[in-house]
Design a protein around this ligand. Structure first.
Ligand SMILES: Nc1ncnc2c1ncn2[C@@H]1O[C@H](COP(=O)(O)OP(=O)(O)O)[C@@H](O)[C@H]1O
Ligand SMILES: [Mg+2]
Length: 802
């Protein structure tokens, strides 16, 4: 029979009962009445139930139980196994036992070498206790055996099918399916045997087993087992699901681990080795030394971890390496003292710069505010002015005065946001942007940072650089400035930014709003001479390794250099030319040709070559039809000549000199204005009918547009027709209306300075520009005579040679 095979498989082959051990026989002499036929020796069991038809080994520990078992073996009677109510009862009496138990045959009795008593029992049938009997050294009870009725109804058979399904399903869920058990469940026909088998193997809680045991009615029994199975199946499903999920993640980690190990092995085979341990160690130290913010250090360590598992010949290795170099070399925690001492700052500014009193004063005010309120939102200074007027040099002085590092970055021509903010590391050859690169160069996190050429910022289609710059300059945002390459925030809030530009108008409006603009105008001839004498000469002597004794430069020589070799608002070319002169001298002294040199203006052409610029005054030939105008350019003002001449023709206006549209219209208007007042001007109508008028504006470098040459055009045309000469030391600017009014124009300060520089004696300006007079440097004001024009007629009264 199959159930027997199952028992054998599960428990091993059971031999026949052995001869009882010696002490069992001795105990037989004990005196107590024989157990009646309708009674059984009862052995209490702790936490286990034996079902009929099932075989199970039991350990017998308690004295009473040993005696009971020994007596049963001696008289060759079955025993009654009953589960006790509570596990913890050491010596359970009748009240502490369940009512229903199992009649069991003792198949085997043995004592183990350690003295423990074991029996192997086979369940026979259920019984119910009727009454316990006294007078025995163990429990004895009169019982009622329960005979399983072998009848089967449709109800029961249907239940049996379900029971088998559920049992198999549960086995499936446990993933341990002993074939014998499966086969047994499939083949057993007897409902009671099936129940007891399933209850024995698939119901795990002793209390539930006992409950099943006590259910004599087969239908009730099956239903209860089904209930318990269903519940257990659900629990199993759930726990399987949970363990699957945890297995999955475990699986991934393990997979990665295995792959890494394999990778290591392959690299070893190829002789590539892991990132050299010494290098990793060094980087790790550098990370600690950089004292990064927590977030940054975490990122650095993460990257270092990746590096560790990479062959050092791989491209990615060097990419991460470069990245870590950037992170470790940035001045996360390195700062200059940055103390602000106003007296000292004043001294330094004066030491380095001639004049510029108003500008120095504003810088000192700015520093004072910053000193009193270091964490306040101080505006960003922006120096606006032509090249060479000392913007950069002022920035350097500020850095020196506040004991900070000085760095510059040019924004000229930047049209890509990435140039400011960097490229993401996913780009080949990506690097941080300008800002972070400069900060690394500075080596401190609170330098004076000069942003040059803010007016030349482009804007392309790769994001607007000015918006990135806005973030850099915004004190609300720049403490967490995020460069795309670094991908971690860097604190720029301690940086002192200073902008520079040639023209204010070209700075994007939002940027301009954020800055405090300080305008620097060009220098006059006299100022340049002063700057050269006090600063440039000494600096260039030093640069070229000369002492003041070895070389002197006379005032006249300096003046010659300024007038004949430079034409600029600032001092840049002037300094360069002085440098050229000194290099020449240095060579002669080094060659031993001379011991010291005294350079006067006569020697200059011999060294610098023929003069590069005509003196403006020399260009002013006194012929009819020429008037001197004033122009404004981004690099400072300049004078320009308007030439008018009449040629035989039919009254046409010819314009040359690459004039812009507005300037052309301005010439038209000037001509019309002349024609409209022939009588007042004393001109002959016929002249205009028989001649064409040619207006030309020479001097190629100056952009020629705008309405401000109107007055000069009018004057030139009048001069050409009246043949009266315009005074050559008078320059003029102003727009004209057809009614002859003179309208105001821009750039007065630069224009006037240029006029002074060119040796002009009198400037004629629109009366409505009088408000700009304040801005004109005092030295220039003293040098010139100012005529304020209401109407064009005012010009002719004064400007024409009598
Ligand atoms: N007021 C001044 N006093 C002394 N040197 C000056 C002055 N203005 C300009 N310079 C010198 O002229 C040169 C050019 O100046 P720089 O600061 O480079 O001009 P910018 O940055 O405005 O183009 C520098 O050598 C500078 O020291
Ligand atoms: Mg500069």
């Amino acid at each position: 029979m199959q159930i027997k095979d199952l028992k054998n498989k599960l428990l091993g082959t059971i031999a026949n009962t052995e001869e009882p051990p010696a002490e069992v026989k001795e105990a037989a002499t004990s005196q107590f009445p024989p157990v009646p036929n309708d009674a059984l020796i009862i052995v209490p069991m702790r936490g286990t139930v034996l079902f009929p038809q099932n075989v199970s080994p039991l350990v017998i520990g308690r004295k009473a139980s040993i005696a009971a078992v020994q007596q049963a073996v001696r008289v060759e009677q079955p025993i009654g196994l009953i589960m006790q109510l509570h596990d913890q009862d050491e010596d359970p009496g009748p009240d502490n036992l369940h009512e229903v138990g199992t009649v069991a045959e003792i198949l085997r009795y043995l004592t183990a070498p350690d003295g423990a008593h074991h029996i192997v029992c086979q369940g026979v049938q259920r019984f119910r206790v009727k009454e316990f009997l006294s007078g025995y050294p163990f429990l004895v009870a009169r019982i009622e055996r329960y005979e399983e009725p072998e009848l089967s109804t449709q109800d029961i058979e249907a239940r049996v099918i379900t029971l088998k399904q559920k049992a198999l399903e549960m086995l499936n869920q446990t993933r341990q399916m002993p074939d014998e058990l499966v086969n047994a469940i499939r083949s057993i026909a007897s409902p009671s045997m099936l129940c007891d088998l399933i209850a024995s193997y698939l119901i795990s809680k002793p209390a539930e087993k006992q409950e099943i045991l006590a259910l004599f009615d087969i239908q009730e029994r099956i239903d209860r087992i089904l209930e318990l199975l269903n519940y257990q199946i659900e629990v199993l499903k759930l726990s399987n699901k949970i363990s699957e999920q945890t297995q999955e993640t475990m699986g991934q980690q393990q997979r990665e681990f295995v792959l890494r190990e394999q990778l290591k092995a392959i690299q070893k085979e190829l002789g590539e080795g892991e990132g050299s341990a010494a290098e990793i160690e060094e980087l790790s130290k550098a990370i600690s030394a950089a004292k990064m913010p927590e977030e940054v250090e975490k990122q650095a360590r993460k990257e270092l971890g990746r590096l560790q598992h990479m062959p050092d010949a791989s491209g990615e290795y060097s990419m991460i390496r470069t990245y870590l170099d950037w992170l470790t070399e940035l001045p996360w925690s390195v700062a200059s003292a940055g103390v602000i001492d106003i007296a000292k700052a004043r001294k330094i500014l004066n030491e380095d710069h001639y004049g510029l009193d108003k500008i120095k004063q504003r810088i000192l005010e700015f520093l004072a505010v910053r000193k009193l309120n270091p964490n306040g939102k101080s505006p960003i200074l922006c120096f606006v002015g032509p090249p060479g007027v000392g913007k950069t040099s002022l920035g350097r002085s500020i850095a020196r005065a506040t004991e900070r590092e000085f760095i510059r970055a040019s924004l000229g021509g930047l049209h890509d946001e990435a140039e400011i903010r960097g490229h993401r590391r996913t780009y080949i050859g990506a690097l941080p942007g300008n800002i972070i690169q400069s900060i690394r160069k500075a080596g401190t996190n609170n330098p004076v940072f000069m942003l040059d050429e803010m007016d030349k910022l482009g804007s392309g289609f790769h994001g607007d650089p000015s918006s990135a710059l806005l973030e850099v300059l915004d004190p609300e945002q720049n403490s967490t400035f995020r460069d795309n390459y670094l991908a971690v925030p860097f604190d720029l809030s301690h940086v002192m930014f200073i902008g520079t530009a040639n023209v204010l108008d070209s700075i994007p409006m939002p940027l301009r709003d954020r800055m405090e603009v300080i305008e620097l105008s060009g220098y006059t001839l006299d100022e340049k001479a002063q700057i050269a004498r006090r600063y440039l000469v000494n600096r260039q002597l030093e640069t070229n390794g000369l002492t003041p004794e070895q070389c002197t430069l006379t005032d006249r020589a300096i003046e010659t250099i300024i007038q004949d070799y430079t034409r600029e608002a600032g001092c840049r070319n002037l300094e360069r030319e002085i440098g050229t002169v000194f290099r020449h001298v240095a060579m002669r002294i080094a060659e031993g040709v001379s011991v010291n040199e005294h350079i006067d203006s006569e020697q200059i052409p011999g060294i610098l070559g023929p003069r590069k610029f005509e003196r403006d005054v020399a260009m002013r030939t006194s012929v009819p039809g020429v008037a001197t105008g004033l122009a404004w350019t981004p690099v400072g003002g300049d004078i320009l000549f308007i030439e008018a001449t009449r040629i035989p023709g039919g009254g046409k206006l010819i314009l040359t000199g690459q004039l812009g549209d507005v300037m052309k219209e301005s010439a038209q208007a000037a001509l019309s204005l002349v024609k409209s007042r022939l009588q007042e001007l004393g001109l002959n109508q016929e002249l205009f009918e028989k001649n064409d008028i040619h207006v030309h504006v020479p001097a190629g470098a100056i952009p020629k547009d705008g309405p401000s040459a109107g007055v000069a055009m009018f004057t030139a045309i009048y001069s050409a027709f009246s043949e009266r000469i315009v005074q050559n030391d008078i320059a003029m600017t102003g727009e004209i209306s057809l009614r002859g009014l003179v309208l105001p124009v821009g750039g007065i300060k630069e224009k006037v300075i240029a006029a002074a520089r060119a040796g002009i004696k009198t400037v004629m300006l629109p009366a409505r520009n009088q408000r700009d007079f304040e801005d004109i440097p005092e030295a220039v004001r003293n040098q010139l005579q100012f005529i304020w024009l209401e109407k064009v007629d005012d010009v002719l009264k004064i400007a024409m040679v009598k």
